[in-house]
Design a protein around this ligand. Structure first.
Ligand code: F6P
Length: 340
């Protein structure tokens, strides 16, 4: 009997369990024994794995996180860990591993595959939606919906108190969550890592908005946003603060000091990653899981499952991890129509 392995690596996100469930169902129906590896690459290093049967994956579709656990370890940094992976993978008898993860996990998978240490198929997971080669990764839709709900809630309190609300969302390198949740939540300004920010311009447009009679504003800021230009008055001091603080806090401080408008900052953080996945992410995770087993069956190794124009495809993992997928500039231009 052939053996399939599955691991979830890197940051968790809603929808991982739907992939695991689909891989187990489809795998068993195709005659595979499916082994679940615990805590990402750490499970292969420590030989921590167990057989997953139908019972082990029943009732998990709507659960956030991953029943397998995850970790952010990078075994490539330690040759001893790599040799443990080689040994444990061989001993497990796994014919092909389905690696579910983002950029880091898939880079590790690719390296081990190229070294002939593992056989692998990748499944794209990224709440930041930053993986190339696929229109969407699962987890992103849930994060956008959670962030949108939070923006809606902050909107009403901003309006009542005539305040500016700065909402910091996840996205270290790409601003997909900020852009989509910002559009859906009616943000007056959206800041993303792809477009360095001129805070003088932001303060001026907020002042103009308030002069037009609006007494509150909503700003959505991706955590990786870079401030390029600071207001003259406190410029040195702001630059100094940038080194320590998170960007939402800094943006809020600058606005309050430069405009005099009362400002509050909310950092949504891991709230965006926890909890139940949206229907979209459950369906996408299910589709990806089934397609991944099909790729293994067809011996299409070193590939990543992908979604293009809502159809399932596959791409080389190498292609997917080469460059990050930055935001859709056309969509950003559309969003600017509603700015301040
Ligand atoms: O990569 C996904 C992500 O959620 C990023 O958006 C965020 O910057 C980071 O992970 C947070 O990492 P951690 O969970 O290790 O704090």
């Amino acid at each position: 009997m052939k053996k399939l392995g599955i691991l979830t690596g890197g940051a968790d996100c809603p929808g991982l369990n739907s992939v695991i469930r689909a891989v187990v169902r489809k795998g068993i129906s195709e005659g595979y024994v499916v082994t679940g590896i615990k805590n990402g690459w750490a499970g292969l290093v420590d030989n921590d794995m167990r057989i997953l049967d139908l019972r082990a994956t029943s009732g998990i579709l709507d659960r956030g996180g991953t029943i397998l656990g995850t970790s952010r370890i990078n075994p490539l940094e330690d040759p001893e860990q790599v040799s443990k992976i080689r040994e444990n993978y061989k001993r497990s008898g796994i014919d092909a591993l389905i690696a579910v993860g983002g950029e880091e996990t898939l880079k590790i998978a690719l390296h081990l595959y190229k070294q002939g240490i593992i056989q692998v198929v990748g499944v794209p997971k990224s709440i930041d939606n930053a993986l190339s080669g696929t229109d969407y990764a699962f987890g992103f839709d849930t994060a956008v919906n959670v962030a949108t709900e939070c923006i809606d809630r902050l909107h009403t309190t901003a309006e009542s108190h005539h305040r500016i609300m700065v909402i910091e969302v996840m996205g270290r390198y790409t601003g997909w969550i900020a852009l989509q949740a910002g559009i859906a939540g009616g943000a007056d300004i959206i800041m993303v890592p792809e477009i360095p920010v001129d805070m003088e311009e932001v303060c001026d447009s907020l002042k103009a908005r308030h002069q037009r009679g609006r007494s509150f504003s909503i700003l959505v800021v991706a955590e990786g946003t870079k401030i390029e230009k600071f207001p003259k008055r406190g410029s040195g001091e702001y630059k100094e603060r940038r080194r320590y603080g998170n960007v939402g806090e800094l943006v809020g401080k600058i606005i309050e000091e430069e405009t005099g408008f009362e400002t509050r900052v909310s950092v949504l953080g891991h709230i965006q990653r926890g909890g139940t996945p949206t229907a979209y992410d459950r369906i996408l995770g299910t589709r990806f899981g089934i397609k991944a087993v099909e790729l293994v069956k067809e011996n299409k190794l070193g590939k990543m499952v992908s979604l293009q124009d809502n159809k399932l495809h596959y791409v080389d993992i190498e292609e997917a991890v080469k460059n990050r997928k930055t935001i859709d500039m056309e969509l950003y231009e559309m969003a600017t129509v509603f700015f301040a």
